[in-house]
Structures are given as C-alpha cells and as structure tokens.
Design a protein around this ligand. Structure first.
Ligand SMILES: *Cc1c(COP(=O)(O)O)cnc(C)c1O
Length: 432
C-alpha cells in the first residue's frame, strides 16, 4: 500500500516510511492510497468471530501487502490482549467499553499496535535506535509509554507539563524506567507540543537522530482504531441489531472517529456518526458555518478532548474530497460544557446505574439528545472513570473503587527529567 500526504497526493511513502516519519515532509498527514472494501461474507460472520479474528481481517485488508500474515497475526494478537465489552446502558443505547487495556484507555489499542509494527520494521536491521517523541496532557503518554515498554531499539520520550497532569496519569508514565523517559517540562501542554514540533522541523536534529511521533498523526496509531468498530457492530448483530445504527465518538484530535469513518468506507453498516465535543467545538462550528477556525484550546473536565485545532481534520477533509455537504451527511456534532457533563454523569449513575467518565458522558448525552425514532446508538467509552477520580467523585457525590492495574502503577517510584520550556535545552538533552 502506498501512503500519500494530505497536502500533496504526489508526495508518497511506503508504510515503513510513513510509520517511521510520522508526519510527511510537507507537514501533511499520511493517508492510505486505497480503502479496500471487505467482502459481504465477512460482515455476515461478524457476530461469530472473535475480536482477534475480526481485527486480523481488517488489519490484513490495509497492511496485508506490507506485512506477512503470520507477523500481522502476532501483532494483532499481542495488541488486543484484553476484552472490549458492549454494555447496555439503557434501551437503545450501548457503551463499547474500550478501557480494559493496560492503561485503561482506548489509546492502548493504537499505541500497542504501533509499537509492534515499528518493532517489526526495525527488527534485524542494525540501524540506530528510533526515538519516539510524544507530548501529552495525560492519557496519550501513558498509553504510548506502556505500549512501547521494553521494545528493543526504540526509545520513548514523554513530554508533559509539570504539575498539570493528574497524579494517577503521571504514575503511568513516570514509573516505568527501561526505554521510557519522562520529561517534566516547566510549562503548559502547548509548550510540550511546541517542543516536539520544533524537533521534527529541526534539520540538524533530524540528520543525527531518527525521530517519529506516536500521536494520532501516525498512521500506525490511528488506523488500528477501526478494529473495534467492526467488533462493536458484531456484538450488536449478536443481539439482533443490524440496521439504523448511530455511532457516537467523543472526539479531540479526531483520530478515533476518522478510523471509524474509514471502517464505514470498507463496508461497515453504520448509518451515521456523531462527534461529541466539550467546549472545544471547532468541528461543530465547521459543520454549522462551513468555516474552519482553529483556536487555542480551553480547559475542561473532559481534558483529553481539549483540542482547538484537531490534527485529523485534514484527514476528514481528504476522505470526503473537501465537500462540506458530504461531511455533514455523514457526521453531526454536539457540544457540552462542564456543568452538562457533570449532570450527565450524575443522572446516568443514579438512573441507569452506569458510571461514565467525562469523555464518555459527552458521547452518551449526544446519543440521548440526537437519536431519532427507531435508531440504536453505541458510543465509545474511551477511558475508565477512575482515571478522572476527583472529577467523577465530585460529580456523583460518592467515592469510587480504583481498579487494580491503576493501584499497581501508584505503587511505583516516580522518575523524571526536569526541563525548561526552551527548545535549546530539549535539543541538547536529546543529543547528549
Ligand atoms: C484521546 C482521547 C479522546 C479523543 O480521541 P481523539 O482520537 O483524539 O479524537 C477521547 N477520550 C479520551 C479519554 C482520550 O484519551
């Protein structure tokens, strides 16, 4: 499969180059040149296949030309080492719980797949190490660090704003050691992101080190997120639900929903999508006004969606040939402020006995508000509620249990390197 840049279809790369570069040289995002349809027989069988079997078929349709089937099977099996339950919240609304992985967030799927794919490409080659840079406001850092932990030939640098991530999140990437280095930056998340971007644009650094990104701009992180939409649809089919299905995705950088849209283009019978947002609503504004106006993010209690200029918007435009009409036909949007998110968590906990995290709460509310007569909805519960402990406990007015994997992380000892927000310091650190 050939990958092209969203800025210029003539700028192409192999899968290996796309994964080891992250972003194309012209700052575009890589897209697969073809989106292969999956056969009807596969869809007929979705309810009888395991998660690993489904994921392999989907992975093989996209990555099959570039990776031998036996290797791809192993990569898929090692990636999906946990359950993804579909839970009924109330009549007509289901939660696809993607928080049963090692760091209790959906990003585990993409991060683990990317780590193993990168390892596949570097194995046996006596090249210098690959350095993965990732800026995080919390959840990305933990999923990427844990996904890459112990992978030979790859060093991971997690940049995070000092004092601005929750204690639970911090322990998930600062206590690991081995090939994971946590960089505690004296600044904000935007400063961390700027440092990473400057490194990618620094020709001198690029000539000395192999650098790539593990954010959802990387095809190896974003595409595997299609797997679980197929699985979710299979689970609904098991319940006899096969049509008029609406899928709602709590969205920040829009990588997750873009993978779902690609799944639909491969034949997934989802009738429409809702992108749920918090107060960072540039996408909703685009749907309503046709104008895309990126702006600095505002802080909310659903902080993994605090994104003012979603990086995968370029991919959505590309998928629909920049047609606002085509995009609005497929996706609608919603926006909820912190007060509404808290109210949804509390009401759903009390009335449905279902505990939502702040991101899932946006998605659940969007389905409640936006579903039409006869439709069935499912949403992605993107993180375990205990990862946002204070917010959730405050909203519902009760203490909640911390799952064992999180308790284990909290026992570790924090190791981090303190850095200023000056690019020169970061560069010197990488070169030493
Ligand atoms: C990353 C994240 C999101 C947003 O996903 P995108 O692919 O960036 O749209 C939503 N919820 C949680 C908990 C996340 O960590």
């Amino acid at each position: 499969m050939i990958y092209y840049s969203t800025n210029n279809k003539e700028l192409t790369a192999s899968l290996e180059t796309a994964v080891t570069q992250g972003l194309a040289k012209d700052k575009g995002l890589y897209m697969p040149e073809r989106i292969p349809a999956l056969p009807q027989a596969f869809f007929n069988n979705l309810d009888k296949m395991t998660l690993q079997e489904i994921a392999f078929e989907v992975a093989n349709s996209i990555f099959g030309e570039d990776i031998p089937a036996s290797d791809l099977k192993r990569i898929v099996d090692e990636t999906l080492c946990f359950d993804i339950p579909l839970v009924k919240v109330k009549d007509g609304i289901y939660s696809l719980e993607l928080f049963h992985g090692p760091t209790l967030a959906f990003k585990d799927v993409g991060a683990r797949f990317m780590a193993r794919l990168l390892q596949h490409f570097t194995q046996g080659q006596k090249k210098e190490d690959i350095n993965v840079l990732v800026a995080t406001s919390g959840d990305t850092g933990s999923a990427v660090a844990n996904g890459f932990l112990g992978v030979e030939g790859i060093n991971v640098f997690v940049l995070y704003p000092k004092g601005l991530v929750s204690e639970i999140q911090e322990t998930q990437f600062t206590t690991l050691g081995q090939n994971i280095t946590a960089l505690e930056v004296d600044g904000t998340f935007d400063d961390c992101q700027r440092l990473v971007k400057s490194a990618f644009m620094d020709d001198e650094l690029q000539s000395k080190l192999t650098l790539t990104s593990a954010n959802s701009i990387n095809v190896a992180r974003f595409l595997p997120q299609a797997f679980y939409y197929f699985y979710g649809m299979g689970q609904l089919k098991k319940l006899g639900i096969t049509k008029d299905i609406v899928c709602c995705v709590p969205s920040g950088n829009f990588g997750n929903i873009t993978a779902a849209l690609i799944g639909k283009m491969q034949g997934l019978p989802i009738s429409r999508f809702i992108a749920a947002n918090n107060r960072n609503d540039v996408f909703l504004e685009y749907l309503e006004t046709k104008a895309y106006k990126p702006r600095p993010s505002v802080a909310t209690i659903a902080n993994a969606m605090d994104v003012g200029d979603p990086s995968n918007f370029a991919r959505i435009l590309d998928l629909y040939d920049h047609s606002h009409a085509a995009i609005s036909d497929e996706i609608s949007g919603t926006r909820y402020d912190d007060e509404q998110i808290r109210a949804t968590m509390k009401r759903t906990y009390e009335e449905e006995k279902y505990l939502l995290d702040p991101h899932g709460a946006c998605a659940y509310q969007a389905l409640e508000d936006g579903m039409k007569e006869g439709e069935t909805g499912f949403f992605i519960e993107t993180a375990h509620p205990a990862k946002f402990l204070d917010t959730v406990e405050n909203a519902i007015g009760e203490k909640i249990d911390i799952p064992l994997p999180l308790q284990e992380f909290m026992k570790g000892t924090k190791q981090s390197v303190e850095l200023s927000k000056e690019y020169g310091d970061f560069k010197a650190f990488l070169l030493q």
